[in-house]
Design a protein around this ligand. Structure first.
Ligand code: EPZ
Length: 419
């Protein structure tokens, strides 16, 4: 098992290049099931979750190959429509193959994802929408068995905004017969990129980036994909901004889309940090004094739940009392106990965390529990006296490309070792 060692740093400096977004890459890859041609993506992040989805594609009979950051996928050889428990238990986002497999092949069997470290995370809204489109769905032996001769377009009103739910239904609607209107659709940039990719491939889709999507189905006719670059990872970018913030440093991010990280930058501004933006380059300027902040997570363009743990780590170094309300997931405070083991004073009541700052943090052995919780521990480790050792770091490798190297590049002596 690998351990990540985080020695305390004084300040960070220099530049970090942001990789392609994991959460954009996964639906883009899933959507190639709808392609009539080989598909190529550039700026594809080489993170474990991408490899897990490619393993699933391999089991379905598709082939893929990487050359540097360019990924080529051929789904014309798919000969199975089963996503096994073994893969889905490693990565819930495997559910993204449900919509495209069903709309292309008329049947599929996908393991039902279980709960996970951040909440129950049901997929009932995905299933309800597919049933409304005419699919017959049976849950048996832990598998979703879905069948339909041809999905039919209809109006889908999501009770809750769901990112992968919207993506699944967009992909299902692409080859359906008739028009599908998705009301209360997710507006995340990762959803918009999927829609734009499909639009460029010939799909008639309106309302991209808004809460209402209208898709004219192609009645089974596959799409002609064009090469696309995966958008920059807004959560990776936000995490490095927090690395600069917690150490009160000046660092520059390259390859970002500011609009995608604006809500995080705005919170850091409230905490006293400054910014200089030049095209796709963003520099974080140190704060005279780091002040407490109040955060509520919400859907895009609000403050992302995927940045909540990292901002909480920064709040431990702010003067005063910060409050952080988690509105999306019911159990996304697993990092709190670990941050407190490092010396933070964070108290939880229901879905509200109160952070009493500023705390002197002291390095310790801590346990990673999920991807973003782990990144909060990395950030706290940068300012904790002595050394912090993070266990179960595989969580981090699911979504952060070259984490240790990128941190080394801005002056943190982070390194990996075997336990
Ligand atoms: C996506 O998960 C992301 N994953 C998550 O990122 C992110 O935290 C989340 O969106 C919210 O932004 C990917 O894009 C691969 P949801 P997703 O469906 O789509 C409830 C990370 O760290 N819900 O938008 O699974 C659900 O329980 C990960 O990179 C239902 O009740 O999230 C949650 O409370 C973690 N029924 C809320 O909706 C459903 O059928 C939003 O979840 C679907 C969702």
């Amino acid at each position: 098992m690998t351990l990540l060692h985080i020695p305390q740093v004084d300040t960070l400096s220099g530049e970090v290049s942001i990789s392609g977004a994991k959460n954009a890459a996964l639906p883009l890859i899933a959507s190639t099931i709808l392609a009539k041609n080989e598909v190529r993506f550039s700026n594809m992040p080489r993170v474990v979750d991408v490899y897990t989805l490619l393993k699933l594609f391999d089991l379905l009979g598709a082939s893929s190959s990487f050359i540097e950051d360019s990924l080529q996928i051929d789904t014309s050889t798919i000969n199975s429509t089963t996503a096994t428990y073994d893969i889905v238990r490693k990565m819930r986002a495997s559910i993204l193959v449900l919509g495209p497999l069903l709309s292309r092949f008329g049947e599929c069997k996908v393991s039902l994802p279980g709960g996970c470290a951040i909440g129950q995370r049901p997929v009932d809204l995905h299933l309800k929408a597919l049933e409304k489109m005419g699919a017959e769905i049976v849950i048996e032996n832990g598998y979703i068995h879905a069948k339909v001769s041809r999905l039919k377009g209809c109006d889908i009103i999501f009770d809750k905004i769901t990112v992968t739910g919207t993506q699944n239904i967009v992909m299902a609607a692409a080859l359906a017969k008739g028009t599908t209107k998705i009301i209360n659709a997710a507006k995340e940039p990762e959803v918009a990129q999927l829609c734009l990719l499909l639009k460029e491939a010939g799909l008639d889709i309106e309302g991209v980036g808004t809460g209402e999507l209208v898709i004219t189905g192609r009645d089974g006719e596959l799409l002609d994909f064009k090469e696309t670059a995966v958008i920059p990872d807004r959560i990776e970018a936000g995490t490095y901004l927090c690395a600069g913030a917690i150490t009160n440093s000046r660092i520059t991010l390259n390859k970002i889309v500011y609009e995608h990280i604006e809500s995080t930058a705005e919170k850091l501004k409230e905490m006293g940090f400054g910014f200089e933006l030049e095209g796709s380059k963003l520099t974080l300027l140190p704060a005279k004094k780091i002040t407490a902040v109040s955060i509520t997570t919400s859907e895009f363009p609000g403050f992302p739940t995927d940045m909540q743990a990292q901002l909480m780590a920064v709040a431990t170094q702010a003067e005063g009392v910060s409050t952080i309300e988690e509105r999306l997931f019911e159990n996304r405070f697993m990092h709190v106990a670990e941050l407190n083991r490092l010396g933070a004073d964070i108290r939880i009541k229901g879905n509200m965390a109160t952070v009493y700052g500023k705390s002197k943090l002291i390095g310790a052995d801590v346990m990673a529990t999920d991807l973003r919780a782990s990144s909060a521990l990395v950030l706290a480790g940068l300012v904790a006296q002595g050394e912090t050792r993070i266990h179960r770091v595989y969580h981090l490798f699911r979504g952060y490309e070259h984490l240790a190297q990128k941190l080394q590049g801005i002056g943190a002596d982070v390194y990996e070792s075997d336990e």
